[in-house]
Write a protein that binds this ligand. Structure first.
Ligand code: ADP
Ligand code: MG
Length: 736
């Protein structure tokens, strides 16, 4: 039970952990080899394993399915399942599971044993093609936003062949994990993976259309690539057990600012403490075995904050791998006596955690389509893809904002550290200048600035990695890719990827049609058509480009003048899901039906309400049972000390007591207000009232919690330290 006692135990035990970690720093504690090239991907049914375990013809057929994104030939499913089973059992697996990604953003799995009774008292290891390809899952306990009424509660999972199966190490051995989509029997997407696959197809079709106008005939699909940087906090586990808020809500609901925060900036890229290093090395070894190409690790800006980033992979795989990264981080932290906090803002007053989605599109055949080329022809193509992104973001910024909204990410977006809630595009001065020249040329004829001429002028060379890296922009062009930084650290990256793919597919569709119309089948007119397209996009959509300081007040006003959407909080953002633009976009490219969009909107609101309900209940409970008792005990102590002094005619000042009593009174009042308001909220509203409840959370409950916290944090600076039950910011952030 948390008490001042628990707090002091926590402080003591951290010291022990630290000593042990120093002894074993960096060395594998599982006896595994240290050279990752010898074991990278050893737990993945990858190309090497397929070659070894599959008959040649089956291998070829499966490979074609994977590379060309085709449906798995049912005739080979049994052979693939058999090979996979043999491979998995050899490595110690006795169960398999279809892993899927329900709309909560978490990872879900249901384990089934390979063993089937043989009817003669024995058992056989069975795993058929149909068990590989399709599984049944009772979906009724996953949020569906009204998509499944209970009589059709069962959904099914189906293997996504483009994401390889792998073995997850668990304490009792290994489980064969098969990444799957999760659908209702009527084909409605109940998960986050299905729309990735749908949007990938739409993107590939439209990108190929544009490429064909440039004389390129792609035979392979054009895919998106994702590189996901993941930030997290690492806190000693004993502190977390002594803090119900960290344990249950993943963030500190109370806590006075420490004397030292992140002002000194001595943490960023600083030396990684040995205990943390041991943890990171352990995480990396597990991820290497799972074939996750982890590349970088470093300290982040805030104390006890770190980052891990794999090398980029196809968008779909990068999302699956990011889910694995989060799972392994959490699990490994526990093993090292720590807790990995993926919450977007675990500690007020220091930086929160985000996830950056580095995004590009292309294929081995056509290369990266966001990389500027070496000659005018390639550059013309690059500019078309660049302009498609500009247009896409300008038109669908609200949708992209909506998918990264949550109660926890609201605490970060718009605060003074993370990208603002306005989804603008940072292009850098050089590219902006080039594009501006097209617009100016178009608007003013030939006066003033010179007009760029596609196909005639060579673009000035573009630096591969532009030096001016604007950290305040939520969506930045960084040389050969876009970096989307508004994602929350705990979120699935799938939704962001889906919106980027979809909005880009639409703009590429628009570009292809525009170019086709202007070319009229005459290839010689390509340059002129591209020229017109760039002028047109700059004229219509360049309002979304902003290279200045995204944190400034001026930008908020400027963005309003430019009619860019600015949704500061979740209840402002999610209604975008049912806006006509979004419904039309998603239906046109068959990413989401109106019904599927509505479900997502409802689930996001439901989760928002649940989060705030949990936090508010927890805050009230901690205030009443932990903070209040500590405060009145100290008031009593002060009062009796003063009384005793005065009884002995020793002068005693009562200022401290009066100050404390006044804060306690405000604290009690704040607590009562919160409890009263909480009692008035309909916490489990009907679908039609979700938005109303969410708004009450935002406008009433959150301010109540802030007001209560302000008084509680004041008390922390007044009450005797030995009576204070909660580990302090200083202890949690600096003891490791
Ligand atoms: P920084 O912190 O400077 O943004 P990192 O090295 O931490 O850089 O992360 C950059 C991420 O971008 C990595 O995951 C990297 O693999 C990824 N990346 C690099 N090139 C591309 C690309 N063309 N498409 C998508 N992601 C990319
Ligand atoms: Mg980055």
């Amino acid at each position: 039970m948390p008490s001042a006692n628990a707090r002091s135990h926590a402080v003591l035990s951290v010291a022990t952990h630290r000593r042990n970690a120093e002894l074993s720093a960096g060395r594998p504690d599982d006896g595994s080899p240290t050279d990752p090239t010898t074991y990278f991907g050893c737990n993945v049914f990858d190309d090497k394993a397929m070659r070894r375990y599959l008959p040649k013809a089956v291998y070829k057929s499966l490979r074609k399915t994977i590379d060309l994104g085709m449906r798995l030939d049912p005739a080979v499913a049994d052979a693939v399942a058999n090979a996979m089973k043999a491979w998995a059992i050899e490595r110690g697996a006795d169960h398999y599971t279809h892993v899927f990604y329900p709309l909560t953003g978490l990872t879900a799995e249901k384990h089934d044993s390979f063993l089937e009774p043989d009817g003669k008292g024995g058992a056989l290891a069975e795993f058929s093609g149909s068990a590989l390809v399709q599984g049944e899952a009772d979906g009724s306990s996953f949020p569906s936003g009204g998509l499944r009424s209970t009589f059709e509660a069962r959904g099914y999972t189906a293997w996504d062949v483009t994401s390889p199966a792998y073995l997850m190490e668990i304490p009792s051995g290994m489980v064969l994990c098969i990444p799957t989509v999760f659908l209702s029997w009527t084909g409605i997407a109940l998960d986050k993976k299905t729309p990735i696959l749908r949007s990938t197809q739409a993107l590939s079709q439209q990108a190929s259309r544009v490429l064909r106008l440039f004389g390129v005939e792609p035979t392979m699909p054009i895919l998106s690539s994702g590189g996901l940087e993941q930030e997290y906090f690492l806190i000693d586990g004993t502190f977390v057990s002594a803090r119900p808020d960290l344990l249950i809500a993943g963030r500190a609901l109370f806590g006075a600012h420490p004397p030292k925060g992140q002002e000194f900036e001595d943490q960023y890229y600083g030396v990684i403490p040995s205990r943390v290093l041991a943890f990171m090395a352990d995480v990396e070894r597990q991820l290497y075995r799972l074939g996750v190409p982890v590349k970088t690790r470093h300290n982040e800006v805030a104390p006890s904050q770190y980052e891990i980033a794999p090398t980029y992979e196809t968008g779909n795989l990068s999302c699956d791998h990011n889910q694995l990264v989060m799972t392994v981080l959490r699990k490994t932290a526990r093993r090292h006596g720590m807790s990995c906090l993926l919450h977007e803002k675990p500690f007020d007053c220091i930086n929160g955690s985000g996830k950056h989605l580095n995004y590009s599109i292309g294929s081995p055949e056509v290369g990266n389509l966001f990389a500027p080329g070496d000659n005018p022809h390639e550059n013309a193509q690059f500019l078309v893809f660049l302009c498609a992104v500009i247009r896409a973001l300008h038109r669908h910024a609200g949708f992209l904002r909506a998918v990264v909204s949550s109660a926890s990410n609201d605490r970060r977006l718009g605060a003074n550290e993370a990208p603002p809630a306005i989804m603008s595009l940072f292009l850098g001065d050089q590219l902006t200048d080039i594009l501006e020249q097209f617009r100016v040329g178009h608007v003013t004829g030939s006066t003033g600035k010179r007009m760029m001429n596609v196909g005639v002028d060579t673009l000035p060379p573009l630096p591969a990695d532009p030096g001016d890296r604007n950290r305040t922009s939520p969506f930045a062009f960084v040389g050969n890719r876009f970096e989307f930084r508004a994602l929350g650290s705990s979120m699935s990256a799938a939704d962001s990827l889906v919106v980027m793919n979809t909005m880009l597919a639409e703009s590429l569709d628009y570009a292809a049609t525009f170019l086709e119309e202007h070319m009229q089948g005459d290839q010689a007119r390509l340059g002129a058509a591209v020229q017109k397209f760039i002028e047109h996009v700059m004229e219509e959509d360049s309002a979304v480009i902003f290279n200045g300081n995204g944190y400034s007040e001026i930008w908020q006003r400027e963005a309003e003048r430019r009619h860019l959407p600015n949704y500061p909080a979740t209840p402002d953002a999610v209604p975008v899901f049912s806006s006509p633009e979004v419904v039309e976009l998603c239906e046109k490219y068959q990413i989401f039906s109106r019904q599927e969009l509505k479900a997502r909107e409802d689930i996001q609101l439901e989760q928002y309400i649940k989060t705030i309900h949990t936090e508010a209940s927890l805050a009230a409970h901690m205030a009443r049972t932990q903070i209040y008792p500590a405060a009145v005990r100290y008031r009593q102590e002060l009062a009796s000390s003063i009384a005793s002094c005065r009884a002995l005619a020793v002068p005693a000042d009562s200022t401290a007591l009066e100050e404390l009593a006044a804060v306690i009174a405000s604290f009690e009042a704040g607590l009562r207000t919160l409890e009263e308001h909480m009692a008035e909220v309909e916490w489990m509203p009907e679908e039609s009232a979700l938005l109303k409840t969410a708004k009450t959370c935002l406008e009433v409950i959150l301010p109540d919690m802030d007001a209560l916290r302000a008084q509680a944090d004041k008390l922390e600076t007044l009450v005797a330290d030995d009576l204070w039950p909660l580990p302090s910011y200083q202890e949690m952030l600096f003891m490791k």
